[in-house]
Write a protein that binds this ligand. Structure first.
Ligand SMILES: Nc1ncnc2c1ncn2[C@@H]1O[C@H](COP(=O)(O)OP(=O)(O)O)[C@@H](O)[C@H]1O
Ligand SMILES: [Mg+2]
Length: 410
């Protein structure tokens, strides 16, 4: 019998050796949202310039809300995240929200909660000294919001919520500051069930000092307009995200590699020149595709104990990833994440943290953390219904996990 401790020791030192052979300290192509860490951020000068214009004009009273549109994996969430940090740097209020099928009332609660937590409180969760003169009222509001989300029945009617929000925006927020609202996965609003919310938005988006960015699919505007034609003129700017240029694609790969290479590695090592050319050629300038392909190629290289990754390995990686987008996603998830999406599939593709935690025999906290990671990568959706939040498989995962033709998944 093999000693299990020794087994782990051996197996992990083999990975380390294989990593070393590839002249890497770690696989630098794990997919994570940018979260203020912009050292891997490439290109997007046109889009950044447009955003700077929008912010600049809004500060001087000419507010033009914008939609950021593009295909999956093109970098919309990353751009929203850059706007978030840029807004904070300029001392504006900023809040990032996820669109979900909710009522105006729930939206307001989510919005106000985010505004207070992200802008009025300091890192350690105390009220910033800038707002001390309003402390009593702010803390009252925050408490009401908190007890609302705790499911304790509180009487907090929509009119009162609107009055509180109005107080925050018009009394607490300093003149000259903007409240920048960033809404990701905004396609979720383009449903009949969200009509009331969009109608509310329509009037809300007209207020001074509020600037909104909606991020979504290339058909976002069309879809929103179908549900609420009036939305169209409230989102006058459309920022279309094109694929990265070849040069930017090379830059993306290089920056990630440089961060993880061992000191004596050079250029694109462990990738051969041809390998990088194939990746750039085949990934169509879509950052997520580039990252996933590089990551998969490195995994194959590690398993095979190679010391370089040539175009054959890259093609192998693409073949493996290319089976279907759903399979690509599954391959990309960690084992824990993959267990969770499979459990979600066992509920027919829609479930809550509580239910999932129960079948997985895990704590709701852990399951919740994994779910938000998977959500951030855009592989599952969220929907609010009453006090419950439901997670749903994306179409791609639904296709492989539920509507599959007897495919073997493991
Ligand atoms: N401009 C960029 N430079 C470098 N990496 C990027 C850039 N845009 C996106 N990425 C990376 O690509 C992946 C997908 O981006 P994301 O913003 O989640 O796309 P979307 O929200 O459009 O689906 C993420 O890992 C992100 O870090
Ligand atoms: Mg996204």
């Amino acid at each position: 019998m093999l000693d299990p401790i020794e087994f782990i020791q051996n197996a992990s030192s083999i990975t380390k050796k294989s990593m070393n052979r590839l002249k890497l300290k770690a696989n630098p192509f794990s997919e994570k949202p940018i979260r203020g860490n912009t050292k891997f951020f490439v290109g997007r000068t046109t889009e950044l310039m447009e955003i700077a214009d929008i912010l600049g004009a809004a500060q001087y009273g000419s507010v033009a809300n914008a939609a950021i549109v593009g295909t999956k994996g093109i970098g919309k969430s990353s751009l929203l995240n850059v706007i978030y940090y840029a807004a904070k740097r300029q001392n504006h209020w900023a809040v990032e929200l996820e669109a979900s099928q909710i009522t105006p009332r729930q939206f307001l609660i989510q919005l106000m909660h985010g505004i207070i937590r992200d802008n009025l409180f300091t890192m350690d969760g105390t009220l910033s000294t800038d707002y001390l003169e309003h402390s009593q009222k702010i803390i009252d509001i925050y408490r009401r919001l908190d007890s609302y989300s705790d499911k304790t029945p509180v009487h907090y009617p929509r009119e009162k919520i609107e009055r509180d929000l109005d107080y925050l925006l018009n009394n607490v927020k300093e003149d000259g500051k903007l409240c920048i609202i960033l809404i990701d996965e905004a396609d979720q609003f383009a449903r009949k069930g969200c009509l009331r919310l969009l109608q509310f938005f329509h009037s809300f988006l007209y207020e001074d000092g509020i600037l909104a960015f909606f991020a979504g699919s290339p058909t976002l505007m069309e879809n929103l307009t179908k549900v609420s034609p009036a939305m169209r003129d409230r989102l006058p700017k459309i920022i279309n995200m094109p694929p990265l240029s070849n040069e930017e694609s090379y830059d993306l790969i290089l920056r990630r590699l440089k961060d993880a290479q061992i000191p004596k590695a050079k250029d694109y090592e462990p990738f051969t020149e041809n390998a990088v050319d194939v990746i750039v050629e085949e990934c169509d300038g879509i950052p997520r595709k580039i990252i996933m392909t590089c990551s998969e190629a490195i995994s194959i290289g590690l398993k095979k104990g190679l010391n370089e990754i040539d175009e054959d390995i890259v093609k192998m990686a693409m073949k493996k990833l290319g089976i279907s987008v759903g399979h690509q996603i599954l391959n990309h998830l960690t084992p824990a994440q993959s267990k969770i999406v499979k459990a979600l599939a066992s509920f027919g593709g829609k479930s809550t943290v509580t239910e999932l935690a129960k079948v997985l025999n895990n704590s709701p906290g852990t399951v919740g953390t994994h779910l938000s990671d998977i959500y951030e990568m855009g592989y599952i959706y969220k929907e609010r219904s009453g006090n419950n939040v439901y997670y749903m498989l994306s179409k791609e995962l639904n296709d492989v996990l539920i509507d599959k033709d007897n495919e073997d998944l493991d």
